[in-house]
Design a protein around this ligand. Structure first.
Ligand code: FEO
Length: 170
């Protein structure tokens, strides 16, 4: 059995990760409508990764004998009014997710729940990668996005992203 606060936060994180998937799906739809299929592909895969994160939190609860209770998933609420807007909203969102992971980690730390801390280590590392990717995309857009050839090359780069299952297996 998990500490009730830890279990509650992990349960809430399932919906937060599905919200992330929803948000990135919204970004993908936006870029697809702009004719940038590579950016759309990148965020479609990102949405799949977020769904994987949600499923990992669900499975972890179940492995610990906890019954999950699915919360409502919010409507994506970021204003997408420029090619740069989703990229900046993405970084801001990942920084928020990092704070959520840290919050769960802190709750586990307070009750000496070493098992949950070890489980969360993967997410702590993953958040570093998520923030770095989001930051890199903003920098590349600043550098190359104002030029049509540069934008075309960036789109081609993002079109090459392929889905791979998470390295964490429970
Ligand atoms: Fe589930 Fe983008 O972190």
């Amino acid at each position: 059995m998990l500490d009730s606060k830890v279990a509650k936060l992990i349960n809430e994180q399932i919906a937060k990760e599905f919200y992330s998937a929803y948000l990135y799906l919204d970004f993908s739809i936006y870029y697809e409508a702009q004719g940038l299929d590579g950016f759309a592909n990148w965020y479609m895969i990102q949405a799949q990764e977020e769904r994987d994160h949600a499923m990992l939190f669900l499975k972890y609860l179940q492995l610990n004998g906890e019954k999950a209770s699915l919360e409502a998933i919010g409507k994506p609420d970021k204003e997408l009014d420029s090619l740069m807007a989703p990229l900046k909203a993405g970084l801001e969102h990942e920084q928020y997710v990092t704070s959520l992971i840290n919050g769960i980690y802190n709750a586990a730390y307070e009750v000496k729940d070493f098992r949950t801390m070890q489980f969360l280590d993967w997410f702590v590392k993953e958040q570093l990668e998520e923030e770095k990717n989001a930051d890199d995309m903003i920098k590349k857009m600043e550098l190359f996005g104002n030029d049509s050839k540069g934008l075309y090359s960036l789109d081609a780069e993002y079109a090459a992203r392929i889905y791979s299952a998470p390295s964490l297996v429970l």
